[in-house]
Ligand binder design. Structure first.
Ligand code: V47
Length: 357
């Protein structure tokens, strides 16, 4: 198409796309064309290889001092469906899954009113004593800020303490949408965008890599999405510390944002493709299947995604509580491999830092 020749030429020459290029792609480029372009770039980077890992999520508590409007997960401590797992309970959950060959435990939760650095340093110590090779990917930047505040530590000292007891990498949540005006409407109490970015900068400077996310499909505009990815791309130019980008589709059930529908699958695929094309310095793009569903995640592999996250073993509730199809997300290694093969790709089991195993 003549109309997009300039963008195609840039991609052919591996030149960076501008903010306006990305906006034009969102507003004007047909999704099929986006798929072809994103696939070419992905093919050059990864060939037919699609990554996954064997992991579980441990959501330590859903009792949260924040009340983000889009969140279906948080509860007050008095609610009968609130939980706060003790250290022995968490260890038991890992124990139950360790025999399935997990290489990673992904630990996130809420902003718990009282659990500070002591709880988590003890937890990490106990995990590493039992399973020294198990990768601990834990917390969002928002949780790190909260734990530091509760414990009277600077962000920098808090990260140092967590690293010294086994924190290996950090999850990408809490980024939501960086635009300050939208952020005020969907999560007014949350870590400011500049602070979220600064915490990741600090992590990267201390050789702790992390992921990054974008919550899309609520009240944000295309301009807000491009601005969000642009802020991530700028930080990645500086530090190179992001392992992967994960677009998270807003699910509307059981939360206070008050929206009654979700964006279409075609919009999801468009978003994946533009992320692959715009974020030229983040190598991995994750189709997080507990959020999107297996079928749609497999489709996203044809629109720039190259990673399926992990086996999960029914250990996350964030998305089922927000209305995701899979109420008990779990998949065996063999099933994961078969799904990827059936889609025409080559499954590669990876570690948490994206090294093939
Ligand atoms: O920050 C919360 C999102 C995130 C809803 O790093 C919602 O590998 C949609 O970040 N609809 C937490 N999304 C999960 C997360 C994550 C997940 C998987 C892998 C990784 C990784 C990170 O979940 C929150 C928020 O953006 N979220 N509520 C909702 N109703």
């Amino acid at each position: 198409m003549e109309k997009f020749r300039d963008i195609e030429n840039k991609l052919l020459k591996r030149e960076r796309l501008s903010f306006d290029d990305a906006l034009r792609m969102y507003y004007e480029m047909p999704v099929q064309k986006l798929g072809v372009l994103a696939n070419n770039i992905k093919q050059n980077l990864h060939g037919k290889r699609v990554f996954f890992n064997r992991n579980i999520h441990v959501e330590t508590s859903n009792i949260c001092v924040n009340k983000c409007k889009f969140c279906s997960f948080y509860r007050d401590s008095v609610c009968k469906d609130s939980w706060e797992y003790s250290i022995p309970e968490i260890i038991e959950k890992i124990q139950q899954n360790y025999k399935s060959g997990i290489t990673e435990v992904h630990i996130v939760g809420s902003l718990h009113p009282t659990r500070g650095i002591d709880f988590f340093t003890e937890l990490f110590k106990q995990i590493k004593i039992k399973w020294s090779n198990l990768h601990i990917k834990a917390f969002t930047a928002v949780e790190i800020e909260h734990i530091a505040m509760l414990s009277g530590l600077s962000i920098s000292n808090c990260i140092d303490e967590l690293k010294s007891v086994g924190l290996d990498s950090v999850a990408g949540g809490g980024a939501e949408i960086f635009d300050e005006n939208i952020r005020k409407q969907i999560c007014p109490e949350k870590t400011a965008s500049s602070d979220w970015l600064n915490i990741h900068r600090k992590l990267h400077n201390k050789n702790i890599t992390s992921n990054c996310t974008m919550l899309y499909g609520h009240i944000e505009s295309y301009e807000n999405r491009v601005d969000h990815m642009n802020r991530l791309r700028t930080l990645q130019d500086e530090t190179g510390g992001f392992n992967c980008f994960i677009p998270l589709k807003y699910k509307y059930a059981n939360n206070k944002l008050g929206l009654k529908k979700e964006v279409s699958l075609s919009e999801d695929l468009k978003n994946y493709a533009i992320a692959r094309l715009f974020l030229d310095n983040i190598k991995h793009l994750k189709a997080y299947w507990p959020m999107m569903g297996k079928e749609s995640s497999l489709l996203a592999l044809n629109f720039g995604a190259n990673d399926m996250d992990g086996t999960i073993y029914d250990s996350t509730k964030i998305y089922s509580m927000a209305g995701a199809q899979d109420t008990k997300p779990t998949i065996s290694k063999t099933e994961m491999e078969q799904l990827i093969i059936n889609e025409g790709f080559i499954p590669i089991e990876r570690d948490s830092l994206f090294n093939p195993l």
